[in-house]
Design a protein around this ligand. Structure first.
Ligand code: ROI
Length: 164
C-alpha cells in the first residue's frame, strides 16, 4: 500500500487552547495507519472573523499515512468530537479545529472535502507554520508557498516557547 504525506492545520481558542493543541498532536500520532513526522511550533494568532473571541493557538502537523483522504477526514472529525467541539456559531470560538490542508499533490473537490484547503494561502496562521515545517513546499498548482508568504498580514502572529 502506498503511503501519503499530509499536512494538518490545528486551531483552538477555548478551554486551555495550548493543551488542546499539544494533546491533539499526540493523538494525531496515534491515528490508525498514521504516524506524525513533524510538527511546527505553536503560534498565538488574533482571531480571523469575529473579534469578540479569544486569540487562537495554531500549529501544523506533517503526517505519513496509509489512509485515504476521506478516511483521514473521518478520523480528524472524530478527534475533534473527542475534544467536545461545538459549532455554536459560524466563525466562532472552538476547542479544536483540524483542517486537512494538503494531501500529497492531490487536488480534491468533494462535497465533504476540498484539498488544498481553499483558505490555505490567505491565512498567515496556516502559511507561517507550514513554511516552518516545509520551507520548500510547492502547491499542486506549482506555486511555491514561500513566494506567497510575503503578501500576508502577520500582525498578531507569534510563536510560543516550547512547553517546559
Ligand atoms: N482565526 C485564527 N487566528 N486561527 C484559527 O484557527 C481560526 N479558525 C477559524 C476562524 C474562526 C475563521 N478564525 C481563526 O475557524
Amino acid at each position: 500500500m502506498k503511503s501519503h504525506r499530509a499536512w494538518i492545520g490545528l486551531g483552538s481558542n477555548l478551554d486551555d487552547p495550548r493543551q488542546h493543541i499539544e494533546q491533539a498532536l499526540e493523538e494525531i500520532d496515534c491515528l490508525p495507519l498514521t504516524c506524525r513526522l513533524n510538527a511546527s511550533r505553536c503560534y498565538a494568532s488574533r482571531p480571523l472573523g469575529p473579534q469578540d473571541q479569544p486569540d487562537f493557538i495554531n500549529a501544523v502537523a506533517l503526517i505519513d499515512t496509509l489512509l485515504s483522504p476521506l478516511a483521514l477526514l473521518d478520523q480528524l472529525q472524530a478527534l475533534e468530537q473527542r475534544h467536545r467541539r461545538v459549532r455554536a456559531r459560524h466563525w466562532g470560538p472552538r476547542t479544536l479545529d483540524l483542517d486537512l490542508l494538503l494531501f500529497d499533490d492531490s487536488v480534491l473537490d468533494l462535497p465533504r472535502l476540498s484539498v488544498p484547503h481553499p483558505e490555505l494561502t490567505r491565512r498567515a496562521f496556516v502559511v507561517v507554520p507550514l513554511l516552518e515545517l516545509t520551507p520548500e513546499l510547492m502547491l499542486p498548482d506549482g506555486r511555491h508557498l514561500m513566494g506567497l508568504a510575503d503578501t500576508l498580514d502577520t500582525t498578531g502572529l507569534a510563536p510560543l516557547l516550547p512547553p517546559a
